[in-house]
Design a protein around this ligand. Structure first.
Ligand code: HEC
Length: 168
């Protein structure tokens, strides 16, 4: 009986382990949008950092692959792509630069996975910084060109004038 329970437990564990290896992320849905994807990426970065600073090969590898092979936002879903957030006059330029920005994140994520597998934690930490720089590079370009920020910038004089009308 004991043996049977052990065998059954193993049978249950094996697929769970296999699933854990294959499914990297929680937000795969036909309506996943870019912001949800970004928020998940941020969680993966946290997991990655935990893995690297605590030298956990499995955790670091899972998170690195989850970042390198993240699901794409559902095509056609509202707010799915980067272009949705960018002002029309800047959209083409940002979309053209996308492959470079993506490589700057996905490349070091794969290298981090390899470094973690070799147990080279100094290199893994370096790669973590490289990924962060990759996130930052895209945000630095994209953020001022978002529709919201372009409109705010265009109307900044009017906004500051309105703020001065507040009666104290
Ligand atoms: C290809 C460009 C690009 C890259 C690379 C990128 N992001 Fe983003 N990110 C965006 C855009 C566009 C937005 C949405 C801007 C907006 O909300 O106006 C965004 C938004 C976010 C947000 C805010 C989400 C919210 O709820 O508003 C977080 C957090 C974030 N990104 C994290 C990351 C992290 C972590 C990485 C790197 C692992 C990363 N991003 C890499 C383009 C990028």
């Amino acid at each position: 009986m004991k043996k049977l329970i052990i065998v059954l437990a193993l049978l249950l564990l094996v697929p769970a382990y296999a699933l854990g290896v294959e499914i990297n992320q929680s937000v795969v849905s036909t309506q996943t949008n870019l912001r949800e994807l970004m928020e998940d990426t941020l969680s993966q970065m946290q997991r990655l950092l935990a893995g690297v600073i605590y030298q956990n090969t499995y955790e670091a590898g899972q998170a690195a692959i989850a970042i390198a092979a993240h699901p794409l936002p559902a095509s056609g879903a509202p707010k799915a792509g980067v272009g949705y957030f960018i002002a029309p006059e800047h959209r083409l330029a940002v979309l053209k630069a996308l492959p470079t920005f993506k490589d700057a994140v996905h490349g070091p994520a794969l290298e981090l996975d390899a470094a973690a597998k070799k147990g080279d934690w100094d290199l893994a930490l370096q790669k973590f910084h490289d990924i962060l720089n990759g996130c930052n590079a895209c945000h630095k370009v994209a953020k001022p060109l978002t529709i919201d920020n372009v409109i705010l910038e265009r109307n900044k004089d009017e906004i500051s004038k309105m703020k001065k009308t507040i009666v104290k």
